[in-house]
Design a protein around this ligand. Structure first.
Ligand code: GZL
Length: 389
């Protein structure tokens, strides 16, 4: 094609240079003919160049598609990195901080991941919005720590329709099973552990009557539901009185506010306070200090807490919290195992339970069982605190 075009252009140029030296009508006609030939040749050249350029663009787009396809085959959307969208509950507690750090440490670029993290600030609507934004982004995987246990089937169906696997961590989703795996803790067991420990400890201390106040977690969170139900099951069985249960929303401010109200409403009537996480316990301690209520081993009130974060164990060691029931926040390594199984085309377990411990000082360590299973308590020492999250 190019050679023919070049030949036409050269012939036209030769004719025109010959005619330049001749005069007359015949010469004019020939010149016109030559000019037309040059114009046609130029148009043909332009068309050829356009076709060639279009061909190059087409080839480039095809090459880009091939790269993207290869990357998709490698389970990533950005040349090797596995993209993950993580919709986190919020930043309400020390536990949450540890959970977030665990995910950010594991799902780092250095480890081969592109993590899109959204702190949903305890806002259920914002959390659904974050999940939909991950669908829009076309991430490879979505991780959700659900603020509350219900209202999930619609958005999980959207994830399923988009072909994006969902992994749930920590709290559970109770109204849909459209997720690949859940990695977390058994909150009912945690609640029962606190109840069974209190039964054994009260017996050891010769305490015959239990009048408890509960500061619960965020209402509707599976952690709150499980801990409340588990403790209540033992309380009902043992004939204890739960004087009141109000939510502290898993925050220190919430714990202090509720405890201030309790100190007024139930002054001198309670001997047990159950806080459903350490941050609520920190707030409750401030309120009891301000109200002149003595708590901790050897004092009027037994203070029970959950999470067993570093600061919580420090309060156990200081003789303030009598027993702390751990909820392990370090789920990310187990979530990564699930993702790697999916990458390898194998099927991960639907439920993956985390290991947890029950903490106290030696004088508060007692033997107890949960549903017939003997439990081992862990003494809080400086080394145990140093190793905690
Ligand atoms: C429990 C987790 C709870 C913690 C709180 O698994 O969801 O939420 O107990 C946190 O500290 O706020």
């Amino acid at each position: 094609m190019k050679k023919k075009l070049l030949g036409t252009l050269l012939s036209a140029a030769m004719v025109m240079s010959l005619l330049a030296g001749c005069g007359g009508a015949a010469a004019d006609t020939a010149a016109d003919t030559a000019t037309a030939a040059v114009e046609e040749a130029t148009d043909t050249a332009a068309d050829a160049a356009e076709d060639a350029a279009a061909e190059v663009v087409e080839d480039t787009e095809a090459a880009a598609d091939a790269v993207e396809e290869a990357a998709a085959d490698a389970g990533s959307s950005d040349g090797g990195l596995i993209s993950i969208g993580f919709a986190q509950v919020g930043h309400e507690s020390d536990w949450r901080t540890a959970s977030t750090k665990s995910c950010q440490d594991v799902f780092s670029e250095a480890n081969g991941y592109d993590l899109s993290f959204v702190d949903c600030d305890n806002d259920e609507a914002a959390q659904k919005e974050a999940v939909r934004s991950f669908i829009e982004q076309g991430v490879d995987y979505i991780i959700i720590d659900p603020i509350i246990a219900t209202g999930w089937d619609t958005v999980l169906t959207e994830c399923e329709d988009a072909g994006i696997p969902v992994i749930v961590i920590d709290r559970t989703i109770d109204d849909s099973d459209k997720y690949v795996s859940w990695v977390g803790s058994n909150f009912l067991t945690e609640g029962k552990a606190a109840g069974e420990w209190l039964k054994a400890y009260a017996e050891k201390q010769g305490i015959s009557e239990i009048n408890a106040l509960v500061i619960s977690g965020s209402t509707g969170a599976s952690a709150q539901i499980g801990r409340s139900d588990g403790f209540k099951e033992i309380a009902d069985r043992e004939g204890w009185t739960i004087l009141d249960e109000q939510t502290g929303d898993f925050t220190e401010a919430g714990g202090q506010e509720v405890m201030e109200s309790y100190c007024k409403s139930y002054e001198g009537k309670f001997n047990v306070v159950v806080c459903q996480n350490d941050n609520e316990a920190f707030g409750a301690m401030t309120a009891m200090d301000n109200a002149g209520v003595a708590y901790g081993p050897g004092n009027d009130v037994i203070l029970i807490s959950f999470d067993a974060c570093t600061a919580g164990l420090e309060d156990v060691k200081a003789g303030k919290i009598s027993a702390d029931f751990e909820c392990n926040p370090l789920a990310a390594p187990f979530v990564e195992q699930v993702i790697q199984q999916l990458q390898a085309g194998t099927t991960p377990d639907k439920e993956v339970y985390m290991e947890e411990h029950w903490y106290a000082l030696p004088d508060q360590i007692v033997d107890f069982s949960i549903d017939g299973a003997a439990q081992t308590m862990t003494e809080v020492t400086d080394d145990v605190i140093a190793a905690q999250y």
